[in-house]
Design a protein. Structure first.
Length: 601
């Protein structure tokens, strides 16, 4: 049956009665003043309660760590009350919320109940939402009260009633409310072993999405690894533009800042002009500011597509805004700019470095199952084109030869012919998930026993080479040492075998994207009786390019251009030029299976 609202509005109260509220309400709600003694809550309670935790960029509304702590314990108590005595411990709770303070409170309140938080995107089709809710066996679904969410709720009504999932609006934390309280106001609940965590879903490029449970201990290890490696600080201010149902937006841009006490500023919807205006705001005269904000952004993390959009929009900005934006993203102000979730084309990286007066984008490697595993270092000389760096703290990495199954030990990176040996990346350590949700077969297939008797190794399915880069390992960071890792592609999709040669689809895509006329590219392998596979590509033509030049290059001209960049066997034999975006899966990644079916039937 549908439950009543668990998260009702927490209304604003005058500052002059805060102490009275603290004395009366906290004594009445003893259960609401209890939190499990998890590292994330201990960290939040230890921050200055008056320091800013979350800002809404469009309105300028801000919320302190003291307010966040209070709202989490209140929301946790109300959420638990909806089950009428039934514990939510260890049970999945799905929720939809925009990039906002509401999202943060809702996520943390679910974790505070030691439940499994399952963030869902409202943009997903109902059939996909139904599948995900069924897959995670959700006990409750939390929705925002807007009409679009109510439509989703009605569409899922049959499924919800059948599974007795409560439709609970997420609301009420947009306005400042009652008094802050800190560690001394809380009662900590000690636990033998923490339950719950966050469940995310794989992209489903080769099969239906699988549930990935990241327990509390894994989330803590991942957060501490990143905070140490990238030196997140309490004084940092992160501008958040990423989706919050992916590991990138949740871990790198939310949990880690909360652990260290940094401030997080949410933009409602990504818009290139709005991002530039916000970045530039502290460096503009007051009369030119759209955002009334003096806080400079020190952390920015995004996907390559976002950087591409920002770069293409920059030239259209007013001159005064361009000057301020350049200052905003310079190394003196933007302490760290990061990219992930896909390979960063070299032209984008180079253009950003030039525009920012030397600020080099940091690339890293991660995935839903492991958080972040490899990263380039903080020193600019450690951010090598095409490299994803070194194993992060707490992470063990090895390369396993795909043909022999043997581990490629240090010093064995070249074969007898002097060619670089490619291997599958395998990982283990406290940052790695334990298995796919109620899918023992997939879990068993994804892990392999360790010869040393230790933890099993997780088989990522990603192929890489490892090689030393002169000057790249000179750093005061202890984990930045030895040969660097370079991703070559996916074991099942992005490594194409043609005429006895192995081709990295990602390398070919990178070179295609370096050509100014294309905005997207996907490279696939097609079956061939002669070669086993042939390299094929689908590219999206940039309409601005044809308007400016008056013509589009022919396929033969494209191949001629690539001859200076790629080996002969790497150049696509078939090229489809299209004008619409490439088909993507529910996670926003290019679906190469659909590419083959649509363009090369």
């Amino acid at each position: 049956m549908f439950a009543r609202s668990a998260l009702n509005s927490v209304r604003s109260r005058p500052r002059n009665i805060q102490l009275g509220w603290r004395a009366s309400r906290l004594s009445q709600l003893s259960t609401a003043c209890t939190l499990p003694k998890l590292p994330i809550f201990v960290a939040i309670a230890g921050h200055d309660p008056e320091s800013t935790a979350v800002i809404h960029s469009s309105t300028g509304r801000s919320f302190t760590y003291g307010e966040l702590l209070r709202d989490v314990v209140l929301a946790k108590d109300k959420l638990n009350a909806t089950k009428e005595g039934d514990s939510l411990k260890g049970k999945a709770v799905g929720f939809m919320a925009e990039r906002s303070y509401d999202y943060v409170v809702t996520l943390l309140s679910i974790l505070a109940n030691q439940s499994i938080a399952v963030p869902l995107a409202a943009t997903l089709p109902v059939v996909e939402l139904r599948y995900l809710l069924s897959k995670c066996q959700a006990s409750m679904l939390l929705l925002k009260p807007q009409d679009d969410s109510r439509d989703v709720l009605m569409a899922l009504k049959e499924e919800l009633v059948t599974r007795e999932i409560g439709g609970v609006p997420v609301e009420g934390f947009h306005e400042k409310s009652e008094a802050n309280f800190t560690l001394k106001d809380l009662q900590w609940e000690d636990m033998a072993e923490a339950e719950g965590g966050i469940m995310l879903f794989t992209s489903g490029t080769t099969s239906r999405p699988k549930g990935v449970l990241l327990p509390q201990s894994v989330l803590t290890a991942q957060s501490r690894s990143i905070a140490h490696a990238w030196r997140y600080m309490r004084d940092d201010h992160l501008l958040h533009v990423l989706p919050l149902h992916h590991i990138h937006g949740i871990l790198n841009a939310l949990l880690v800042p909360l652990f260290v006490g940094a401030s997080i500023e949410f933009m409602d919807v990504f818009n290139s002009s709005a991002v530039w205006e916000r970045l530039a705001a502290p460096y503009l005269p007051v009369i030119n500011r759209k955002f009334d904000c003096r806080e400079r952004v020190t952390l920015f993390t995004a996907v390559p597509t976002i950087y591409s959009h920002l770069l293409s929009r920059f030239s259209e900005l007013p001159s005064v805004l361009r000057s301020a934006a350049k200052e905003a993203i310079s190394p003196n102000n933007l302490r760290l700019n990061m990219s992930g979730s896909a390979a960063l084309p070299t032209p984008i990286k180079s253009s950003w470095t030039e525009l920012s007066r030397g600020n080099v984008i940091l690339e890293r490697y991660g995935m839903t199952e492991v958080g972040m595993a490899l990263s380039c270092g903080l020193d600019f000389n450690s951010r090598v084109d095409g490299a994803v760096g070194w194993p992060l703290p707490f992470v063990e990495v090895r390369l396993v030869d795909m043909d022999s199954g043997r581990v490629i030990e240090s010093g064995e990176e070249l074969d007898k012919n002097g060619s670089k040996r490619e291997g599958e990346i395998q990982l283990r350590g406290p940052t790695v998930f334990r298995g796919y949700w109620r899918d023992p077969k997939a879990t068993e297939e994804s892990f392999v026993d360790a010869e040393d008797g230790g933890e099993k190794w997780f088989k990522t399915g990603d192929i890489a080479i490892r090689k030393p880069v002169i000057g790249a390992g000179k750093s005061d960071q202890e984990w930045v040492k030895g040969p660097m890792y370079f991703i070559k592609g996916r074991k099942s999709v992005d490594i194409i075998k043609t005429g006895g040669e192995k081709v990295s689809a990602l390398e070919v895509e990178r070179e295609l994207l370096s050509l100014p006329q294309f905005t997207e590219a996907a490279v696939v392998g097609l079956p061939s009786e002669t070669f086993g596979q042939i390299v094929a590509a689908v590219v999206v033509l940039d309409p601005n390019y044809t308007r400016q030049t008056g013509y589009a290059k022919t396929r033969s001209e494209i191949r001629d251009t690539l001859k200076d960049k790629l080996a002969r066997h790497q150049i696509p034999r078939k090229i489809k030029v299209v004008h619409d975006s490439l088909p993507k899966n529910a996670m926003g990644k290019v679906n190469k299976k659909a590419i083959v079916e649509s363009y090369f039937p």
